[in-house]
Write a protein that binds this ligand. Structure first.
Ligand code: PLP
Length: 411
């Protein structure tokens, strides 16, 4: 995983023109979309790929003997190969799910069934609710315990703190690669290496990493990696879990139904091969094909070029926010990707967000589904901006001047 600079400078105006939603006006103002951490807008290439499937071969996969079904299966499994390859894995390691939340729930239910009372699951203070609640439920079912590694006052997660928290009973380290609320990039590869050297299973929540940097499952060295398609320019309702094949072979299926079985009788069943053993029922075929197109789109721009450009945007945005009186940035991590949270002294984040919206600027205000990390900083809500590859310095300028005006007039 790297945010190292490259020399390629992407053509931002060409990228913007690929994404139709960015041409919209909101409340009579040109849209400035600063909410990529919630979801990224879809490129035309992705929309076209979904339309092509729905228009030309809208059939089910794997089961049909007819031409349509063959074409749908080829496109669906072709998308699996290219998405897996993009994320440094083989196709048989990639289970399609609805997204990060479902992927983590799959692991918490299937792998989690091997937990015993007193086993420990280690998460960090930075986690999204999707990487907290499924483990709380798993602990309730099995008697395992959930333990949390804190961050420092700047919201950095230190490898030393994680290592100090390991005990004889640690069975799983489940941590995020990038915090969605603060933007902290964690030392996730080092954490995975430290855990693995002690025989501890590892899960990486890569939801906020895959859109912003080169992420390679093999290089990360984890056992499970969860992510969402809609945060990497694909459609909603599709994402995945990449896992070590031996673990996928060993753990039981999570959901039962069509396609995940080899044989069924009223007495017993046998399971399909991985990854299909974990894909019960008709999958999101159009969404998968759309996600395959999103990966082509990202590959064409280049993840190195994206990381490089977005780092510049983030530095620019931090500088602008720091220059505004009464604005305080929440967390100053040594390495940041994707997001900046801030508060305005004397103003509620929801009001700031709503007023920015009147200026055509889309931000997120609230707890960002990461209540514990906000509470860690004595807050229950922040404004979050999440710039991405399609944003421009001009848009950050519009954001800065709108925020200044809002604070002057209403603050
Ligand atoms: N993990 C992180 C770090 C996230 O930012 C999000 C969504 O914001 C999720 C998990 C949950 O993703 P989804 O709602 O796509 O399942």
């Amino acid at each position: 995983m790297t945010t190292q600079p490259t020399t390629n400078c992407p053509d931002i105006f060409a990228i913007r023109s690929d994404i139709p939603a960015l041409a919209r006006e909101v409340h009579g103002k040109p849209l400035v979309y600063l909410d990529a951490a919630a979801t990224t807008p879809r490129p035309q290439h992705v929309i076209d790929a979904i339309n092509h499937y729905e228009t030309h071969f809208p059939a089910n996969v794997h089961r049909g003997v007819h031409e349509f079904s063959g074409e749908a299966t080829a496109a669906y499994e072709g998308a699996r190969r290219s998405i897996a390859n993009f994320l440094g894995a083989d196709a048989h390691q990639l289970v399609f799910t609805r997204g990060t939340t479902e992927s983590i729930n799959l692991v918490a239910n299937a792998w989690g069934s091997t937990l015993s009372p007193g086993d420990e699951i280690l998460i960090s203070a930075l986690e999204h609710h999707a990487n907290i609640v499924p483990w709380q439920l798993a602990c309730e079912r099995t008697g395992a315990e959930l333990r949390v590694v804190d961050v420092d006052g700047d919201a950095n997660l230190h490898i030393e703190s994680v290592e100090e928290a390991f005990t004889e009973r640690t069975r799983l380290v489940a941590m995020t690669a990038v915090s969605n609320a603060i933007g902290t990039v964690t030392p996730i590869a080092a954490i995975c290496a430290a855990a693995r050297s002690r025989g501890i299973t590892t899960l990486v929540d890569a939801a906020q990493a895959v859109p912003h940097m080169h992420v390679d499952f093999g290089e990360l060295g984890c056992d499970f990696m969860a992510w969402s398609g809609h945060k990497m320019y694909g459609p909603t309702g599709i994402g995945g879990l990449i896992a070590q094949p031996a673990i996928l072979e060993a753990i039981p299926p999570w959901q039962g139904g069509g396609d995940m079985i080899r044989t069924v009788s009223f007495e017993s069943c046998t399971w399909n091969d991985i990854p299909w053993k974990f894909e019960a029922g008709t999958p999101n075929i159009g969404g998968t094909i759309g996600l395959g197109a999103a990966v082509e789109w990202l590959t064409q721009i280049g993840m190195g070029a994206i990381a490089d450009y977005e780092q510049k945007l983030l530095h620019d945005a931090v500088k602008r926010l720091r220059s505004i009186d009464r604005v305080e940035i929440v967390g100053t991590p040594a390495s940041r990707a994707g997001a900046i949270s801030f508060v305005v002294d004397g103003m509620h984040p929801a009001d700031v967000g709503a007023m920015l919206d009147r200026h055509g600027i889309a931000v997120r205000a609230g707890h960002h589904c990461a209540q514990p990390i906000l509470e860690r900083f004595g807050l229950n809500s922040t404004v979050r901006i999440a710039p991405a590859i399609y944003n421009t310095a001009g848009e950050l300028n519009t954001f800065e001047s709108s925020l200044r005006r809002i604070i002057d007039v209403f603050g």
